[in-house]
Design a binder for this molecule. Structure first.
Ligand code: NAP
Length: 258
């Protein structure tokens, strides 16, 4: 069995819905003290109430990760409320589609500002507390899109997700001196509230291109993150784990026949 992480302080940016909520649920279930972060108070409050069921300690704070001062306030709240930060799950991200030929400065700045700059600012803000914990863990939510695959409309998004991995390799070296590890989970197609709205037929179509023939759950990303946060994963840094049901494996559709 893994050493318990009960009582550790965990910050999950974008933890108010989707994958981040799944990550928060898994950490809360393991007994961690969790702070979820988003920009919408109503969604954050509802998610914290839901995740707190059964006695788990989950609270929320509002922050826009693309803003340095918000990240500083987030880290200060976490340090005060959780008694420190042992784990930062830098998960907040957006994926508005825009064809490359029509992509505006605003489109590019919004996606890179949240997904890439937001990741860097979140990590920077939590550095002192992570170092003080003595076993700090940073876990990024990247994606298969960008680092491994492409998808029309997501050139800026793919660049932001691949950019996170460029960031993590140098961050892992710099932060090793403080005993902090930096790793990333690369989800494939994961069922979230947004995808749910697109209906069963859409999901079935997507599942057909995945060897395991189903989409992933937010909690399955959470369990990969939980592993990277354990004491037993202390010697893993600068690495990535693809969690995609084998989606990136087929060379062609023929590989999925039969
Ligand atoms: P989602 O359901 O739309 O949730 C996004 C979360 O991020 C929400 O909590 C949102 O809250 C928060 N957020 C967005 N912009 C923010 C900002 N500027 N500051 C603070 N919080 C912000 O998205 P998701 O599908 O769970 O995606 C989460 C992460 O997984 C993203 O990094 C995404 O790239 C990655 N991912 C998702 C999939 C997938 O299949 N779903 C696949 C690969 C990778 P507010 O809107 O209230 O701020």
């Amino acid at each position: 069995m893994f050493t318990s992480i009960a009582g550790r302080g965990v910050v999950v940016t974008g933890g108010t819905r989707g994958i981040g909520k799944g990550i928060a649920r898994v950490f809360a279930g393991a007994g961690a003290r969790v702070l979820i972060v988003g920009r919408d108070a109503e969604a954050a409050g509802a998610a914290a109430a839901e995740l707190s069921g059964g006695g788990a300690e989950v609270s929320w704070v509002l922050a826009d990760v693309s803003r340095r001062e918000d990240c500083a306030a987030m880290a200060a709240t976490a340090a005060e409320r959780l008694g420190g930060i042992d784990v930062l799950c830098a998960n907040a991200g957006i994926f508005p589609a825009a064809p490359l030929a029509e992509m505006t400065d605003e489109n590019i700045d919004e996606v890179l500002g949240t997904n890439l700059k937001g990741t860097i600012l979140s990590v920077q803000a939590c550095l002192g507390a992570l170092a003080a914990s003595g076993h700090g863990r940073v876990i990024l939510t990247s994606s298969i899109t960008g680092p491994v695959t492409g998808f029309p409309g997501w050139a800026h998004y793919g660049a932001s997700k691949a950019g996170q991995l460029g960031f993590l390799r140098t961050a892992a070296i710099e932060l090793a001196a403080n005993g902090i590890t930096v790793n990333a989970v690369l989800p494939g197609n994961i069922v979230t509230e947004g995808l749910d709205e697109l209906g069963q037929e859409y999901q079935a179509q997507m599942a057909a291109s995945i060897p395991l023939r189903r989409l992933g759950t937010a909690e399955e990303i959470g369990y990969a993150a939980l592993f990277l946060a354990t004491d037993e994963a202390a010697y893993i840094t600068g690495q990535t784990i693809v969690v995609d049901g084998g989606q990136v494996l087929p060379e062609s559709l023929a590989a999925l026949d039969g």
